[in-house]
Design a binder for this molecule. Sequence first.
Ligand code: F0G
Length: 457
Amino acid sequence: ELPFAENYRIKMVEPIYRSTREERENWIRKADYNLFNLRSEQVYIDLLTDSGTGAMSDRQWAAVMTGDESYAGSSSFFNLKDRVEQLFGFEYMLPVHQGRAAENVLFSVLVKEGNIVPGNSHFDTTKGHIEFRKAKAVDCTIDEAFDTTIDHPFKGNIDLEKLQLVLETYPKDQIPMIIVTVTCNTSGGQPVSMQNMRDVKQLADAYGIPVIFDSARFAENAWFIKQREEGYADKTIKEIVREMYSYADGMTMSSKKDGIVNIGGLLAMHRKDWFDQATVYNIMYEGFLTYGGMAGRDMNALAVGLDEATEAEYLEARISQVHYLGNKLIEAGVPVQRPLGGHAVFVDARRFLPAVPQEEYIAQTLAVELYLEAGVRGVEVGTLLADRDPETHENRYPGNEFLRLAIPRRTYTNNHMDVVAAGLINLFERRDTIRRGFKIEHEAPIMRHFTVGLKKV
Ligand code: F0G
């Protein structure tokens, strides 16, 4: 059999600069050891995020040229609305400027002070929008997700017993929704099984609680179901997506991931009463109902991107690149979240750098070292991101200290992945020499990781 290759070829390229270690030492010091403060030219291979960083296809660029910029009722809006209805089955849709905006609009309708919102390791903006409303996010992810050495095919799954306990403990009117994040970013880009979605929906129905899917990487989740779950191997991705969303009452989406556009988001639902209330917030925060913070051309490109992202050939190329990098690291003994996820490789920094104390930000230490070593920018998903407890103001130490290497869609080649792997393996070989981390110089009261300033201990 012939090997598998990408289902596209490259039509346009963007030069990138390979800097020296000396240059990088200077730049990262001036950036207060916060990788978000670097200029992009100071980064050789940028794995900070897979959000908004993918390459659009020629079909998407062609759709950009036919975007309709009418304030109201543009054809681009209807292209997007029709695609959303065809893929997910929701008849009501509002465009917004990105995923957190969809959370802001929907949660303005649904979440009240004192509410409880169970889910599978809510993403940080999702949690932020819940806590900002003085409500509480309760993590009901299965325990296996927090042990990087356990190989479980669906580490994004919700633990039904944990969920049931929440549903029994609090009155119905205090639980506005259950949020299922597909794939679960925080636990390592890990998928949720179809069976789990079905079970969560059944349990939710029994208690009369709606289910919302955070849908940033819904197509990658569908790919894992096709690969790993019995009965789905011969189904198309679009058929799998349709079944997934039959277990949801609504969705929020950051379109910057599996939508393969640089900016955009949406919310969609069956219930007209939610939609009617959401339109008010959409108009206040985002824009008129038929553009909501997106240009017509971007809605057009998104309508095409959603179609391309739900093709099996694309997903195979996409996810096999993530696994190409992950498997190289595994072969060298580098500790990573197992099994490998959909959009990123999550390096287990605690096992990589056991000598660095927890209070000195282990994953951030590894992220800075990798930048110095190879010019590669990853991102900390650890104590800096977990932030402080809103009540006690103490650091919250999360289940895992990860260095996330998120791979933009259709952007880098496997040669770039070879450089990333070699850099990290070099560090792994001299990991005993890395013993101290950082302390905080200044930090913001919420979402501190973006702007925090650090000093070497
Ligand atoms: N939900 C999930 C699961 C996400 O991963 C993100 C963003 C959002 C919501 C918010 O969407 O950025 O468009 O406002 N994740 C990016 C990341 C930032 O790097 O993982 P947004």
